[in-house]
Design a protein around this ligand. Structure first.
Ligand SMILES: Cc1cc2nc3c(=O)[nH]c(=O)nc-3n(C[C@H](O)[C@H](O)[C@H](O)COP(=O)(O)O)c2cc1C
Length: 214
């Protein structure tokens, strides 16, 4: 059954553009706790994201246990040190100044995996491109990212990790594919410029260069 949906007017579109422009990858958090029920609300919105064959292959693993958090953090430290060592000299100087995770302050932390073998969706759309399941999970992550920002929360994606080690540390099925580890909390500050741009690591380019006509 279809019904008339809500009207999205100019003012809503302007606010939506603000939301998109002011979403940031956040690595510095205030110590204010995230209210109970927030994580569930964000995941419930994420579950409205598109997914191949309606497979909903995303798996959100909330990590509260201090020992598991410490294991993931230690893994990040090792991987980040290796990434720093691999940088050319002039880049290493900037890399060393970058804060690339907010483990210490983030009140809420979770990992996201894809269950590529889920029976939900009956394999529709995954026959030639099984990675469609992973893309579906990323769509869910981005939904959380925007929904969190709309509540004044910041989300930080941590990917400088060894997937097999994170999978083991969190005791999830070995065939789940690790997508990312996420830090959630109230940001220390708000910005419409990415942290990497502020740190002179990289800058965003104009959208025109990403459009190709054939
Ligand atoms: C797939 C993916 C992995 C990322 N991994 C990390 C990470 O490990 N550490 C980090 O600080 N930021 C990470 N980021 C955040 C990006 O650095 C950030 O999105 C980019 O610099 C643009 O900044 P913005 O998200 O604030 O617009 C990741 C982002 C994506 C989409």
């Amino acid at each position: 059954m279809t019904t008339d949906g809500p009207i999205f007017d100019d003012s809503f579109r302007a606010r939506l553009a603000d939301l998109i422009a002011w979403r940031r990858d956040v690595r510095a958090f205030r110590d204010t706790p995230v209210p109970a029920g927030t994580f569930e609300r964000l995941v419930s919105l994420a579950c409205l994201a598109p997914s191949v064959g309606l497979s909903q292959p995303w798996r959100f693993v909330r990590v509260a246990d201090p020992a598991r958090r410490a294991a993931v953090r230690a893994n990040f430290e090792r991987c980040n040190a290796a990434a720093l060592a691999a940088q050319a000299d002039e880049r290493a100087r900037i890399y060393a100044t970058l804060k690339l995770a907010g483990f210490d302050q983030a009140p809420e932390q979770f990992a996201v995996f894809t269950d590529r073998s889920t029976e939900q969706g009956h394999g529709l759309g995954r026959h030639t491109m099984p990675e469609m399941a992973d893309y579906s999970t990323v769509a869910a992550v981005f939904t959380v990212w925007l929904a969190a920002r709309a509540e004044g929360l910041g989300l930080g994606w941590v990917s400088i990790l060894d997937p097999a080690e994170v999978t083991a540390a969190l005791d999830v099925p070995a065939d789940w594919r690790f997508v990312g580890y996420f830090c959630l909390g109230y940001p220390e500050h708000e910005d419409d410029v990415p942290a990497l741009e502020r740190a002179a690591w990289e800058r965003r380019r104009e959208f025109q260069r990403f459009i190709f006509d054939r």
